[in-house]
Design a protein around this ligand. Structure first.
Ligand SMILES: [Zn+2]
Length: 189
């Protein structure tokens, strides 16, 4: 009896099409952008093939439900875009040229500023000192006053060192290497 009824519906040109559209509408609601495209194609097909007139509410469902999927999809893109745009600001510390550096980003032009040096072993803030007895020669070095470790020394000035560090950070930001380095720094903290 039921099978007979289904068969009758299945072969009915109007009802079978209505069911088909209904199924597509439901898929369109739960699916993403691709099912939405399928929904649109189905709508166009049935509008061109005017052998039946689909009811207004069915057309309404077919168009509006997939719009939620589209809205969700667009929202996701916008949120992800924003996140990746600002994520790099999480990269604000790294061990570079043997010293641990921390810095900030200017909120107006995203410039790197406030560079500070820390001991890579105990995280105590360190300051440069001249390593040459001739103060005219710009040799600087770092020694940790807390753990006593003798850290790196350089044969150039602190200004030059800061400039190099900033250029290294800028390079990592440009090339996307910062993402790998941020994991590395986090795991070593
Ligand atoms: Zn230290």
């Amino acid at each position: 009896m039921i099978i007979k009824f289904i068969k009758k519906i299945w072969h009915d040109p109007v009802i079978s099409k209505v069911i088909a559209i209904g199924i597509v509408a439901i898929i369109g609601y739960f699916g993403g952008i691709f099912t939405w495209i399928i929904s649109i194609i189905t709508i166009l097909y049935y509008l061109i093939n005017k052998s039946i007139s689909i009811s207004f509410w069915l057309l309404f469902l077919l168009v509006t439900f997939p719009i939620f999927s589209i809205a969700k999809f667009i929202k996701k893109i916008i949120i992800n875009g924003d996140a990746s745009k600002n994520n790099y600001k999480e990269y604000c510390q790294d061990v570079l040229l043997g010293i641990k550096w921390r810095w900030k980003y200017s909120s107006t032009d995203n410039k790197i500023y406030g560079l500070m040096a820390f001991c890579p072993f105990c995280d105590y803030q360190v300051y440069p000192h001249y390593t040459s007895s001739y103060q005219i020669i710009d040799n600087i070095g770092f020694k940790c006053d807390y753990c006593g470790k003798v850290l790196e020394s350089y044969d150039f000035s602190y200004e030059m060192l800061e400039d190099r560090i900033i250029r290294m950070i800028q390079k990592y930001l440009r090339t996307g290497e910062w993402e790998k380095r941020i994991d590395h720094v986090m795991n070593n903290d």
